[in-house]
Design a protein around this ligand. Structure first.
Ligand SMILES: Nc1ncnc2c1ncn2[C@@H]1O[C@H](COP(=O)(O)OP(=O)(O)OP(=O)(O)O)[C@@H](O)[C@H]1O
Ligand SMILES: [Mg+2]
Length: 256
């Protein structure tokens, strides 16, 4: 069965893209599984972090959304990593006529397209830093949600917002299975405030806060500047160890 996971948080810089790319990279590189990453962020960072030319890309997620006759296999681009394909995004995604959130056809457009996808073990969605129509498309196309949470004071607000949105979509669009698989604490520093926020997350998301906490690690930033996953750029780093642990945790969650 294909696992579908969306990495979502309306807060910018919470590590959505970093998680999408490195968790996906782990499954393809280390487990030899088939992974499709779908980028719904007009910033195009997911493809960029994997060394793909997103600005000059001829086929992007925009084509998939704009034209229901386009098949996902026609827009997926193989990455340098065997088994890892990407449907990239770029600025062109900002001028889609995605206007009304009451328009069911538009909100479910990605879901209808993703239903055509075959042959992958994982479909991972990277989302933009907002809960607009593109994120709604992601939430209706996915089965699971992983929320990366930057451990700062305002982070809890963003979490509550996503949970409310998921609850309303579940009933409005008949998605009883949609839910939060894991909340991943990111950019952890051992301060009292960070630990308090971690405790609060634990109360809210009992049993669903990842045991793996992603700390500050400059190697991850460096890897992205080279268009590589952490497993290629610095396989022995603390960052690689953390992302391997997180990928395993996500895998286990689906099995339980
Ligand atoms: N463990 C880490 N330590 C330090 N910096 C990191 C770490 N992981 C990622 N970064 C850097 O933090 C920045 C934000 O990460 P990322 O782009 O994944 O967040 P995002 O949630 O996708 O942001 P956006 O909301 O803009 O899409 C990036 O520049 C990334 O290289
Ligand atoms: Mg991003």
């Amino acid at each position: 069965m294909t696992r579908r996971i969306a990495f979502i948080n309306e807060k910018g810089g919470s590590l959505k893209t970093t998680l999408t790319v490195n968790v996906g990279g782990y499954y393809a590189l280390k487990r030899k599984e088939r992974v499709l990453i779908v980028d719904l962020d007009p910033q195009g960072h997911a493809g960029k972090c994997l060394g793909l030319d997103v600005r000059g890309a001829e086929r992007t997620v925009r084509d998939l959304l704009a034209d229901p006759t386009v098949h996902p296999r026609d827009v997926a681009i193989p990455s340098r990593i065997e088994g890892l394909d990407v449907i990239v995004s770029n600025k062109s995604l900002t001028n889609l006529p995605l206007t009304s959130d009451a328009d069911r056809d538009w909100t479910e457009r990605l879901a209808k397209q993703i239903d055509k996808v075959r042959g992958y073990d994982w479909i991972l969605f990277d989302s933009p830093p907002s809960l607009g129509l593109l994120s709604m498309n992601v939430l209706l196309a996915t089965i699971e949600v992983v929320i990366p949470v930057n451990l700062t004071f305002l982070a809890l607000d963003g979490c509550a917002e996503i949970v409310d949105t998921i609850e309303s979509l579940k009933s409005r669009y008949h998605r009883p299975y949609l839910g939060v698989t894991l909340v991943v604490p990111t950019l952890y520093r051992p301060t009292r405030l960070a630990n308090e926020i971690l405790d609060k997350l634990g109360e809210h998301f009992r049993g669903r806060v990842a045991k793996t906490v992603i700390g500050y690690n400059v190697k991850i930033d460096e890897a992205q500047s080279h268009g590589q996953t952490i497993f290629e750029y610095a396989p022995d780093s603390a960052g690689a160890e953390a992302f391997a642990a997180l990928a395993k945790e996500i895998k286990r969650k689906g099995e339980s």
